[in-house]
Ligand binder design. Structure first.
Ligand code: NAD
Ligand code: GLY
Length: 361
């Protein structure tokens, strides 16, 4: 039996308010939901080579029933599709299919598709509406919410991007059943991050995830955390949104150093979280018992807590120097005083970062 869908609002300045709908088997009705939010009749669904064969037809049928014509553009699955050349390809396919400023984009897939399709929507005809239909844990708890879109440069992750809030997020949790085990597990790194910065008690719930019933409520709780942070600091100008980068400064550099093939996003973030815990204890005496709780949650989902020597500390540090968070030779780093109490600091030194990486060798 399905529970009723959960609705969460993201309250930004109009017209950027939107609803996140989380529930089981809600893809079948996505056309009607979209039609309630947008009065446009032509869209492009952007998806990847794993997700499109599973869900694109269902979405297209639902759109058709709601009187919306759709085209499908599919890119290869994986982080390497998050590139400017794919944005160009998508935009040109949209032009060829007759799309214009009266069209909208549906991102159907995980965080890679959300970020890529979101950036395409933000630049196509100087910006057309975006609907997010996230199909991974990472994208349902985090990336589909908040309007950060972007692609990678060879120099680093997400260096080219734009803010482009979606008009609606439809997170059908039944889609998570087709995720391979590794991709399912990696998603919990972002939920563990949310627990670390906002809700330490949620670590217990994460440790007790069983089947779909409490997974839905856990996803909703995470979506709510993300929504509230975004409401407080939409453009990451005040510091609150930067707290979401806990574990990401080093994690992103590890992901890039691995060449976007070695680690899934959440796996690199797992390593980044262990490093950030060490830095937190150096900076703010973050209690080791709390650090262990984070580490145990990562281990529960088979997330890596050790980094192979073939990815050198120097390569990670070099990548970090090109990071957006690196300003005037100083890194803006998020560290914890305790679970739920993060602080943004520019006092973290390169030596401390090297030491933190030594702890995961
Ligand atoms: P992903 O999009 O690559 O998806 C992981 C894999 O699962 C892919 O192979 C995909 O094809 C497959 N897949 C997706 N849904 C599936 C399903 N339902 N069934 C079967 N297979 C499925 O990766 P991800 O972990 O979802 O997202 C990671 C990306 O998100 C990174 O690029 C990261 O930078 C980005 N991100 C962005 C934000 C943001 O705020 N914009 C936040 C967090 C992460
Ligand atoms: N994932 C970080 C952010 O949305 O700000």
């Amino acid at each position: 039996m399905n529970n009723s869908p959960i609705s969460i609002r993201v309250n930004l300045s109009p017209p950027d308010n939107y609803e996140i709908i989380i529930g089981q088997n809600i893809l079948d009705n996505c056309g009607t939901k979209i039609a309630e939010h947008l009065s446009l009749q032509h869209c492009v669904i952007i998806s990847d080579s794993n997700v499109a064969p599973l869900y694109a037809k269902q979405v297209q049928q639902s759109l058709h029933s709601a009187g919306i014509k759709s085209d499908l553009v599919t890119v290869p699955a994986g982080e390497s599709s998050k590139s400017l050349s794919h944005v160009e390809e998508i935009c040109r396919e949209m032009i060829a299919a007759g799309h214009d400023r009266h069209s909208f984009v549906i991102a159907l897939g995980g965080g890679v598709i959300g970020d890529l399709a979101g950036l395409a929507a933000s630049v196509f005809y100087r910006g057309i509406p975006l609907i997010q239909i996230p199909t991974t844990i990472v994208s349902q708890v985090d990336s589909s919410i908040g309007g950060k879109t972007g692609v990678n440069a060879p120099e680093g992750k997400n260096l080219i991007g734009a803010f482009h809030q979606p008009k609606l997020v439809i997170a059908d949790t039944t889609t998570l059943q087709t995720l391979p085990e590794r991709e399912f597990n990696e998603g919990f790194a972002e939920a563990i991050k949310h627990a670390a910065i906002r809700d330490g008690d949620m670590l217990e719930e994460i440790m007790n995830v069983r089947g779909s019933s409490n997974l839905d409520s856990l996803i909703a709780k995470n979506a709510e955390i993300k929504a509230r942070v975004v409401e407080e600091d939409e453009k990451e100008l005040l510091g609150t949104r930067a707290h979401l980068n806990y574990g990401h400064t080093i994690g992103h550099a590890i992901e890039t150093a691995g060449g976007y093939g070695e680690f899934l996003h959440g796996e690199a973030i797992s390593l980044g979280l262990i490093c950030a815990n060490f830095i937190s204890s150096e900076m703010f005496d973050f209690p080791s018992e709390q650090s262990d709780r984070i580490k145990n949650a990562l281990i529960k989902f088979n997330l890596p807590v050790n980094l192979d020597k073939k990815i050198s500390t120097d390569s990670i540090l070099n990548i970090m120097r090109a990071d957006k968070k690196f300003e005037n030779g100083q890194i803006r780093f998020v560290a914890l005083h305790e679970l739920g109490r993060p602080e943004l600091t520019d006092k973290v030194t390169e030596a401390m970062i090297s030491e933190s990486i030594a702890t995961i060798r």
